[in-house]
Design a protein around this ligand. Structure first.
Ligand SMILES: [Cu+2]
Length: 195
């Protein structure tokens, strides 16, 4: 029994070391032709094999402010609960189409409606009161993802060593995949996306 326990603790210690020491950063710039701004383009590791990731305890948040879903693009780890808010003085509806199909109902300010995303995929979030309202939730297998800023820059931190496919996502651009090998330190992966 002792042997098993010490073996287990050694394994745990080594995992902790591996996770902390052999972790790197993947970053770069995404440019996109014929797009007003290169902001909110998702860059993520497509799959990390043999690992399970703990879901954040706090729900992610999607609000509705001045007839706009905030944020417009929300990447989440599989199993994450999203709390849907309404900050406006009028009623909004929330429904999802795509890899999910749900209608959470219609409500006014003050109420918060949670929904748990338990399968991989992407879903457009819409409001049947205001057809111009639109957002996206992308449910990912691992927590190694980032959104671009106004300049198109992204940074994925704490990436465990390994060879991965890095993938982009944007609602109006074709996704691009690149294979990269990450170890300690930073690696730069730039993308040029097209419609
Ligand atoms: Cu609405």
């Amino acid at each position: 029994m002792k042997k098993i326990i010490s073996g287990l603790s050694l394994f745990l210690i080594l995992s902790v070391i591996a996770n902390n020491v052999y972790a790197g950063v993947i970053k770069g710039t995404v440019s996109a032709s014929r797009l007003k701004s290169p902001k909110d383009i998702l860059v993520h590791i497509e799959r990390v094999e043999g690992k399970e990731f703990s879901v954040p305890k706090e729900p992610a948040k999607m609000d509705q402010i001045s007839l706009v879903f905030v944020p417009r693009v929300l990447p989440i780890l599989l199993g994450t609960t999203v709390a849907f808010y309404n900050a406006d003085d009028l009623k909004h509806n929330v429904f999802g189409v795509g890899d999910y199909d749900f209608d959470l109902g219609t409500w006014g300010k003050g109420r918060v409606v949670p929904y748990t995303f338990d399968k991989l995929g992407e879903v457009a979030i819409l409001c049947n009161v205001h057809p111009e309202m639109e957002a996206y939730i992308i449910v990912l297998q691992n927590p190694y993802f980032a959104l671009t800023d106004e300049a198109g820059n992204y940074k994925i931190k704490n990436v465990p060593s390994g060879t991965y496919k890095i993938k982009t996502w944007h609602d109006r651009l074709k996704s691009v995949k690149k294979e990269v090998t990450s170890s300690t330190g930073e690696i730069i992966v730039d993308f040029n996306l097209k419609r």
